[in-house]
Design a protein around this ligand. Sequence first.
Ligand SMILES: [Ca+2]
Ligand SMILES: [Ca+2]
Length: 249
Amino acid sequence: MKKVLCLLAVLAMASVSLAGTITVTATGNTDGTLDIAYTSDTDVLGLALTVTGVEITGYVAGSTDAFFDVYIDYASGLTGDPTGWVLTGGTPLATIDAAGEATLPAAAVAICVGHLEGITTPETIGMVATLEVAAGDYTIDADTLRGAAVDADGAMTIVGLPVTVTVTDGPDVCKGDVDGDELVTVSDILAIIAHVNTNGGTLGQAPIIPGYEGGDVDGDALITVSDILAVISHVNTNGGTLGQAPCME
Ligand SMILES: [Ca+2]
Ligand SMILES: [Ca+2]
């Protein structure tokens, strides 16, 4: 494990003067995710960043550029044939203050990626990771424990860090309510029925269009007869004397 930790540091000592520059960017999205990306003027062979914020809950599988073919902290926990360390699995999320894969959820993690095999494109622009997070502010910085960024000539100059971005999880949706009055009534039922009749296609599956986000109550990203039946049942059960029911969740 110590050897793994030293990997970036050793590479960093190789040479400084010829090493390239990497610019790290972060984008806080409105769906509870955070994108971390980079551009560089040379191939980045090792990159380690820290992410600190409210709560990191997950890593979006496949979000890291395939150019990075080893997640160093994940590999440090493996045994046996090292050819398996060039990965098709695992995650780049690492414990922020020690070697090893991160345990989630966590308020802070490191992201550690490396490149071992033949060069593929793109090498100088790509995604580091997309993280699933709780809403709030997140700060991305260079991971000095692991050595930050290296190319074939040593430690790279890093631009753009630290950077703080805000992540939101989007507006709250009142399930069952499409007319925006925060109540579920027969008028919503009629509007959802009309939407499915007009836009439902041959399978009766209508898309969620702006204003109809509350029409998908079963969460399958479609508005169908099953949603209509669920809304009718909800109003029948919870509608009170005026037929006004609360949001379904
Ligand atoms: Ca309504
Ligand atoms: Ca649905």
